[in-house]
Design a protein around this ligand. Structure first.
Ligand SMILES: Cc1cc2nc3c(=O)[nH]c(=O)nc-3n(C[C@H](O)[C@H](O)[C@H](O)COP(=O)(O)OP(=O)(O)OC[C@H]3O[C@@H](n4cnc5c(N)ncnc54)[C@H](O)[C@@H]3O)c2cc1C
Length: 384
């Protein structure tokens, strides 16, 4: 490490949030930045375990607005960052099986269209015609946005890390932050094994681990790590090339093309918060049974891989951006299951908050940490 271990900014965490923040700060001309990642590689936390889905379909205006800014950044990624990220516009197709869901999603589609996301409404018959290989008798209707799709998470993280390094930022792995030093209410630096690194500004981008790091700084953030898991299958030649990202909303059960086969996941509603990232074999069986009921051809598919990771969940399923009770200590976390897709704009917004005093690309003033103590929670229905 150079500069006598004194930096302008320390970023803790090398997932999509830390990488994007590092790039956007460096892009504004700041070189004296260090990003610290505890694992041996960048992007092995939630980002590396995520399903790679990107979508415009949300039910709150703020999440739709974040997508409207972030997904085009992923489309332009190669031109701007110099890294291919394999944006595949498969579209997301939400399957709705109750009248309550239909009513909510109808409103959501109107809101999305009003804000500029061209989501389509499909009848149950249209969906059955489109997906004849699935059992969809109970599907009443659905929504589809052809610009939703899939992007490779590792390429996004490494694209931002490499671009930030080219701009002069340091980014190092195998370096856990073990302490955070605060003096008279102001952050002064962090401890890593055997060393102290100082900086007047620190960005906590530790995702599911954010409450651990914030507690090192002396305060609590309402982030719960919640295990989620998925598996991939071997090749399924029966699947059409245009098979979309399908979500059975009531069951939180999803399928999307992955390689020559499928990736499928299902959220366990009984999962308790914790840091266990091992596969839950019992839930995997429940999931597989539900997946086969919807898509019977899976009965003969072999499993190619399976992965478990942690969502970083807030009480209102919306992220937290910006200031904390400790002066100079900022956080960007809590995306509650859909942070990968909002990573690009989140890093840009953090650079605006830190360098300009407030975020200008999107009004995120309602996503401050203080909303939890002040009772200003936001409700998002569309969490998978
Ligand atoms: C199974 C699963 C499927 C998902 N599917 C999707 C999806 O389809 N689409 C989508 O948009 N989102 C999805 N998500 C959510 C998405 O992955 C997260 O919202 C996003 O990746 C969070 O990024 P992050 O940078 O905040 O966290 P992370 O990627 O977890 O990065 C935090 C980093 O901080 C590091 N760290 C922690 N503590 C310390 C410390 N003390 N010192 C140094 N480093 C530290 C960790 O090692 C980690 O690398 C999914 C998540 C999971 C688990």
């Amino acid at each position: 490490m150079s500069q006598g271990n004194n930096y302008d900014f320390i970023i803790i965490g090398g997932g999509v949030m830390g990488a994007s923040t590092a790039y956007h700060l460096a892009g504004r001309g700041y070189k004296n930045i260090i990003l610290l990642e505890k694992e041996d590689f960048f992007g092995t936390g939630a980002t590396g375990r995520c399903a790679g889905g990107v979508r415009y379909q949300f039910d709150t205006e703020i999440n739709i607005r974040l997508s409207l800014k972030s997904l085009p950044m992923l489309e332009r990624f190669m031109d701007e960052i110099g890294q291919a990220v394999d944006y595949r516009k498969t579209g997301y197709l939400f399957l709705l099986t109750t009248m309550d869901e239909v009513a909510v999603f109808r409103r959501n589609v109107e809101l999305q269209n009003h804000l500029g996301a061209q989501t389509e409404w499909l009848s149950g018959d249209e969906i059955r015609k489109r997906l004849p290989m699935m059992c969809l008798d109970d599907v009443i209707a659905g929504s589809f946005n052809p610009r939703d799709g899939l992007v490779d998470p590792n390429s996004v993280v490494m694209g931002y890390i490499s671009a930030a390094q080219r701009l002069g930022c340091q980014a190092i792995t195998s370096t856990p932050v073990t302490g955070i030093q605060v003096n008279s209410g102001k952050v002064v630096g962090v401890n890593i094994p055997g060393q102290f690194i100082s900086a007047p500004l620190i960005v906590d981008a530790t995702g599911p681990w954010a409450n651990q790091t914030c507690q090192m700084a002396g305060f609590h953030v309402p982030i719960s790590p919640l295990r989620r898991q998925w598996l991939t299958t071997n090749a399924l030649p029966e699947l059409p090339n245009d098979f979309p990202f399908v979500i059975d909303f009531a069951r939180s059960l999803y399928f999307h093309p992955e390689g020559l086969g499928l990736l499928t996941g299902m959220s366990n509603p009984m999962e308790l918060p914790g840091y266990d990232q091992n596969i839950d074999p019992e839930w995997e069986l429940v999931h597989l049974e539900a997946a086969i009921t919807r898509l019977p051809l899976l009965e003969h598919a072999g499993m190619a891989s399976h992965v478990a990771g942690l969502y970083e969940v807030t009480p209102d399923a919306h992220p937290i951006f910006g200031k904390t009770p400790v002066d100079g200590y900022y956080i960007v976390t809590g995306f509650s299951g859909h942070g990968f897709m909002h990573g690009p704009i989140a890093g840009k917004l953090m650079s605006e908050i830190i360098l300009d005093g407030n975020a200008t690309s999107v009004d995120i003033s309602m996503l401050d940490l203080a909303r939890f103590s002040e009772g200003r929670l936001i409700h998002e229905y569309n969490v998978v």
